[in-house]
Write a protein that binds this ligand. Structure first.
Ligand SMILES: O=C(O)CCC(=O)C(=O)O
Length: 269
């Protein structure tokens, strides 16, 4: 009997070396199903090394609380960070999930040591506001949506990002018990995706998510770039072009304030 080499269903992995840079039908299926998707090899080793070297310098002065550092606006840490606003391996996903006028909303880093903790489950589509997911006629759309760039590995069961797959479409989101929201009980329906350095994970804030205590030997190193549809903003403040050096025209469009009347962010060939 031949046993097929089946990858875990929730974590079918895609390698940019092997596929075109568009969201494939199967990736759309997975995002619609789960409310998140893990994308392999988004950043090269060279890009990761550059980002880590700068992070090491910047983190020295960053306050640590509970084994956790959360530097705000990491995009201001130089060009390699600026480029994460419109990384070519990510923009096809933003186009597909937020629409062609997607914009950057805010960004920060989450750096954790072993034993570090942050907070419980939150998000979900049940609160009025910006956390929403819709599908119609072959088109997916989301409110605030997050790209998590991994600058260090997330071994199996290490903690860090976790979510309730499918909860972006749940009809009973408020039924998740308090002890689950606070991680006193971790049920089987909570996923804690593992990842390798250079991978990225995209999730809609309509999916219930949170941060499990970090248990791995290596530190957690993640950068979170959050995006909104072109017409909306989660953040009270908008990006200021003048804070950045040499923005490309495309990056200027990514960083523009919300408006219905804006050009497409990425000019498609
Ligand atoms: O990556 C994580 O630890 C979760 C981040 C989070 O809670 C959020 O983006 O609201």
């Amino acid at each position: 009997m031949v046993i097929p080499n089946v990858k875990p269903s929730f974590m079918l992995l895609f390698d940019f070396m092997e596929k075109e840079k568009t969201m494939t039908p199967e990736e759309k299926f997975m995002f619609d199903l789960q409310g998140y998707i893990l994308i392999k090899n988004v950043l090269s080793q060279e890009e990761v090394d550059e980002l880590n070297t700068i992070s090491n310098e910047k983190l020295v002065d960053q306050e640590e609380v509970n084994g956790l550092k959360i530097p705000r606006k990491v995009s201001l840490w130089g060009k390699p960070f600026q480029q994460l606003f419109d990384h070519p391996n990510i923009t096809p996903y933003l186009n597909e999930l937020l629409g062609p006028q997607f914009r950057a909303d805010h960004d920060y880093g989450i750096f954790m040591r072993r034993g570090g903790s942050k907070g419980g489950l939150h998000g979900g589509d049940h609160r009025a506001g910006d956390h929403w997911y819709k599908y119609r006629d072959g088109v997916m759309r989301n409110g605030l949506t997050v790209v998590v760039y991994f600058l260090a590995p997330v071994p199996e069961g290490a903690g860090g990002f976790c979510c309730v797959p499918g909860s972006h479409k749940s009809n009973f989101p408020l039924n998740v018990p308090k002890e689950v929201r606070s991680f006193e009980r971790v049920p089987h329906y909570l996923a804690n995706p593992s990842a390798e350095t250079g991978d990225a994970l995209i999730f809609t804030e309509a999916t219930m998510h949170g941060t499990l205590p970090w248990t791995a030997e290596n530190d957690r190193r993640t950068l979170l770039y959050k995006f909104s549809p072109g017409h909306s903003s989660w953040s009270l403040k908008y990006y200021n072009h003048d804070d950045y050096d040499d923005l490309t025209e495309q990056q200027k469009r990514v960083l523009a304030p919300p408006s219905m009347r804006r050009p497409d962010t990425v000019e498609l060939a």
